[in-house]
Design a protein around this ligand. Structure first.
Ligand SMILES: C[S@@+](CC[C@H](N)C(=O)[O-])C[C@H]1O[C@@H](n2cnc3c(N)ncnc32)[C@H](O)[C@@H]1O
Length: 230
C-alpha cells in the first residue's frame, strides 16, 4: 500500500494545486447521495472549491494508480468523473492499450474533466448522464465488459446494490470492482456486506475507506480486513 508519492502522483498533485486555485465558476447539478434538493437543483461553485472537496484524497489516488499499474486492466469503468482527478491517477498507471470510460452526471464537470484529462496527455471517454441511464442505454456500454471498475458516486445502499447487480453479469472473469466510501453510512456498510456475501464474489478486501472485490467464479471465497492502512 502507498506510503510515498509516486512520480505520477507528484505531477497530479501539482495539477490539483492549480485546479484548487481556480476561481472560474460552474453551475453544477447536485447528484448523488449527498444531494438534498433532488436532481434538478443547481448550485454555483468555483472550480477551486470543487477541486478541494470532491476528488479522491492523495493516498487513495496513489492506491488507484498502483492498482492500475500492477493489474493493467484492459477495460476500465469509473462511476463519478467529477474534474477527472481520480481518472488521472488511474490513467497514469495504465499502459496505452487499456480503454478507460468514466461517467459523470453534470455536463459542466464532464466537459472540464475531458479538458483536464487531455491536458495531462491521457485518453479517456467521459460519458455524460445519470449512471443507471448510461449503464442501461448508452451504446458504448452495451458490449463493454469491464475487468476493472471504480465506483465513486451516489453512495446509497440501493444504488450501490443496483450497480453491483448490473455489473456482475457484465464483468470479465477475474475482474475487480473498487467501491469507495464503504463506511460512509450504515446503508453503505450494509451494501458492502451484501456484496461480499454474494457467491460470485470470491475475494474481498476491506480497507475501511474503500472495499475491493474480485469476481473469480471458480475460486473459493476469501475475505480480508486490512484496517488503518489507508
Ligand atoms: C465524489 S465525486 C467523484 C470524484 C472523482 N472520482 C475524483 O476522485 O476525482 C462524485 C461525482 O459523481 C457524480 N454523480 C453522483 N451521482 C451520480 C449519478 N447518479 N449519476 C451520474 N453522476 C453522478 C457527481 O456529479 C460527482 O461529480
Amino acid at each position: 500500500l502507498p506510503n510515498r508519492t509516486s512520480e505520477a502522483g507528484i505531477l497530479i498533485k501539482e495539477f490539483r494545486k492549480d485546479l484548487g486555485r481556480s476561481t472560474s465558476t460552474l453551475e453544477i447539478r447536485d447528484l448523488g447521495a449527498g444531494a438534498t434538493e433532488g436532481l434538478a437543483a443547481r448550485r454555483q461553485r468555483t472550480v477551486g472549491q470543487i477541486a478541494r472537496s470532491s476528488p479522491v484524497p492523495e493516498r487513495k489516488g496513489e492506491l488507484l494508480y498502483r492498482i492500475c499499474k500492477h493489474y493493467q486492466p484492459q477495460n476500465c469503468l469509473e462511476f463519478g468523473t467529477n474534474l477527472g482527478v481520480s481518472a488521472l491517477y488511474q490513467l497514469a498507471g495504465l499502459e496505452s492499450r487499456s480503454r478507460f470510460i468514466s461517467m459523470e452526471g453534470d455536463p459542466g464537470l464532464a466537459a472540464l474533466a475531458r479538458e483536464n484529462i487531455q491536458k495531462n496527455g491521457f485518453e479517456a471517454t467521459v460519458l455524460e448522464g445519470e449512471f443507471s441511464d448510461l449503464l442501461e442505454n448508452h451504446p458504448e456500454l452495451m458490449d463493454f465488459h469491464p475487468d476493472y471498475v471504480f465506483v465513486d458516486g451516489n453512495h446509497t445502499e440501493g444504488a450501490t446494490l443496483a450497480y453491483f447487480h448490473h455489473l456482475l453479469p457484465k464483468m470479465e472473469a477475474g475482474g475487480m470492482i473498487i467501491w469507495d466510501d464503504i463506511n460512509w453510512s450504515a446503508g453503505m456498510r450494509r451494501a458492502w456486506d451484501q456484496i461480499c456475501a454474494h457467491p460470485e464474489v470470491s475475494l474481498s478486501i476491506d480497507l475501511y475507506f474503500v472495499g475491493i472485490i474480485w469476481i473469480r467464479r471458480s475460486q473459493a471465497k476469501e475475505h480480508f480486513c486490512l484496517r488503518a492502512l489507508l
